[in-house]
Write a protein that binds this ligand. Sequence first.
Ligand SMILES: NC(=O)c1ccc[n+]([C@@H]2O[C@H](COP(=O)([O-])OP(=O)(O)OC[C@H]3O[C@@H](n4cnc5c(N)ncnc54)[C@H](OP(=O)(O)O)[C@@H]3O)[C@@H](O)[C@H]2O)c1
Length: 252
Amino acid sequence: MELLALCWHPLWVPCTLVLSVVLWARRAAWRPAACPVDLRGKTAVVTGANSGLPLTVTPEGLSLIFATNYLGHFLLTNLLLDAMKASAPSRIVNVSSFRHQAGEANVQFLSGKEQPKNFNKAYNSTKLMNVLFTVELARRLQGTGVTVNALSPGMVHTEIMQNFSWWVRLLFHLVGILFLKSPTQGSFSTTYCAVSEEVEGISGKYFDSDCRLALPSPLARDPAVGRKLWEASEKLVGLHDGGREPASRKVA
Ligand SMILES: NC(=O)c1ccc[n+]([C@@H]2O[C@H](COP(=O)([O-])OP(=O)(O)OC[C@H]3O[C@@H](n4cnc5c(N)ncnc54)[C@H](OP(=O)(O)O)[C@@H]3O)[C@@H](O)[C@H]2O)c1
C-alpha cells in the first residue's frame, strides 16, 4: 500500500521532467560536428542486430538470435576481410552494448544445444560475443592495417523493440521520448569509431556511448574464451582455417 502511494506521489512529475531536461541538456552539449571526420582511404563495416527474437533454432542448426546478432556479423566480416585488407587502412566497427556485461560466453548457445535462461540473457550474450569477436579479430589482424573496435551506443529510441508486445513497445516509446537518445545521437559513438581521427590505429578496444575508451567486462577480454568462440563460430558458419570450406556443424 505504501509502495503504491509512493508511485502516485505528485513529486514524480516534476522529478521526471527535471531528469529528462538534464539528460537532454547533456546530450545537446555533444557536438558531433566537432568530431573531425575523413572517409578518404577508409572502409567501415558497421553491424546491426535485432532483439526480441524467439529462442528457436533455424533449419541450418543455428540459434536464431545468435545467428542474427552475432554469427551473421562473424561470417560477413570474415568474407569481407580480403577486401578490407586490400583497402587498408580500413576499419571494422561492431555495435555491441553495455549489456554485454551480463552476457554468457557459452558456445553451445550458438547452435541451440543449450539455451540461455531467458531472452535478456540471450541478447546480452550476443552482445558479449560481439566484443569477444572484436578482441580476437584484432589479434588476428595485427599488422594488416585493418582495425576493429566495438562500442556501446547507449540507450537509444529506435525500433529495437519491434518484436515485443504492443504494451512493451508503448512503454519503451514513452520512456524513449523523455529519456533516451534520438537515433542520430545514438549513432554518434558508431560514427566516431568508424571515421574519427582519434581512433586511427586503435584496435581491439571498446568505446562507451560517450565515445570514451572503456574496459569491457573481464570475460570479454579473456583471450582463451575469445579463441574458443572463434573456433566454434568458424565451424558453424563453414569457415575453416581462413578458407571457405564448409565444416561440420558440431561444436565440441
Ligand atoms: N537501441 C538501443 O537502446 C541499443 C542499446 C545498445 C545496443 N544497441 C545495438 O545497436 C544496434 C542497432 O540497433 P537499433 O537500436 O538501431 O535497432 P533497430 O532500429 O531495430 O535496427 C536494427 C537494424 O538491424 C537490422 N536487422 C535486424 N535483424 C536483421 C536480420 N536478421 N538481417 C538483416 N538485418 C537485420 C534491422 O533491419 P530492418 O530495419 O530491416 O528491421 C535494422 O536496420 C544493435 O546492434 C543493437 O544491439 C541498441
